[in-house]
Design a protein. Structure first.
Length: 268
């Protein structure tokens, strides 16, 4: 017991950081799943990592450029750029592959060395600072406040973009604000917990919520609860078994999702 309490005291910022980002990513992930833009979330996570690698290459503030690259990516992907010869999915795939390749190349040429940059690009929860926790807290408060105030608008454009526009709703504006809030959550999350953990958080808990809940508001609640609980349990599993946190968190979410499928089948 004393060993557990000592661990909590030593890694309190790490635990606080991953709980905050898992909560907000599980929340905005519901919109990603509802809008069927899961690949957008994965691509934006990689673009955010590219921003971090770019910042380290030129000795610039990594968090600022992570957000900048993320917002630029979200701005582009929120527009319908598809034509007759290529689809929107093709554009997103192009962005993902390009960002992955460029990130790796910039990491290799970084003056800090590829291994040092990897810890920041892909997350090192033991290196989470108090400042990062406060930034994550501010981001969570801002995004949740925005979504509580304009919940109906965000849900409307998520379910039926064209119908919302026909009803006089500024669909382009609300869609862009939704994308920007998702981008902020992903960018800050990757800086704290890494690419794999954030990617799993925006996909698996929302799917779990859709399986278990019947009302949309309950989907958000179930998704956030599962995301936070999984993040916390994965933290202790990875600590005591000496496992990397990101894969542990992703695997824990998948196991939870498997149990939810079993519950769903029995409930039917």
């Amino acid at each position: 017991m004393e060993h557990l309490l000592a661990s909590l005291s030593l890694f309190r910022y790490a635990l606080a950081g991953i709980l905050l980002v898992s909560f907000i990513c599980s929340y905005v992930g519901v919109y990603i799943v509802l809008k069927r833009i899961i690949f957008v979330g994965v691509a934006i996570a990689q673009i955010s990592s590219m921003g971090v690698a770019f910042a380290f290459l030129l000795h610039l503030p990594p968090m600022i450029f992570s957000l900048l690259f993320t917002f630029l990516g979200m701005l582009i992907m929120s527009q319908n750029l598809a034509g007759k010869k290529f689809s929107q999915e093709g554009i997103i795939g192009l962005g993902f592959v390009t960002a992955s390749a460029v990130t790796t190349l910039m990491m290799a040429k970084s003056p800090l060395g590829i291994h040092e940059v990897e810890h920041v690009v892909y997350g090192d929860i033991l290196a989470i600072s108090p400042l990062q926790v406060y930034i994550a807290l501010g981001m969570v408060i801002t995004v949740i406040t925005l979504h509580l105030l304009f919940y109906k608008e965000f849900v409307f454009v998520s379910f039926d973009y064209d119908m919302a526009r026909a009803q006089g709703v500024n669909s382009a504006l609300w869609n862009m604000l939704l994308y920007f809030s998702i981008g902020a959550a992903i960018a800050i999350g990757i800086m704290i917990a890494g690419n794999m953990m954030i990617t799993s958080s925006i996909i698996l808990p929302p799917i779990n919520g859709l399986i278990l809940a019947r009302r949309l508001r309950n989907v958000f609640i179930v998704s956030c609860i599962q995301g936070v609980c999984t993040a916390a349990s994965a933290f202790f599993i990875s600590y005591f078994l000496d496992l990397p946190y990101g894969p542990t968190a992703a695997a824990s979410s998948f196991v939870t999702l498997g149990f939810s499928f079993i519950v769903y089948k029995f409930r039917k």
